[in-house]
Design a protein around this ligand. Structure first.
Ligand SMILES: [Zn+2]
Length: 56
């Protein structure tokens, strides 16, 4: 059951728009793929290493 819950949470990070899969969260360039960055109003931030990328 725990595995099912993990799968459903993963799907929250993706959204299908116009037939294309849009990744809602970015990966951290420092931590690498698998570590998502938190989506803020004006920036992305990594909760693991603290990396921040400002939105333009
Ligand atoms: Zn990071």
């Amino acid at each position: 059951m725990a595995k099912d819950k993990k799968t459903s949470q993963k799907w929250k990070l993706y959204e299908v728009k116009g037939g294309k899969v849009v990744r809602k969260n970015r990966f951290c360039p420092r931590c690498g793929p698998g570590v998502f960055m938190a989506d803020h109003k004006d920036r992305w931030s990594c909760g693991r290493c603290g990396y921040t990328e400002w939105k333009k």
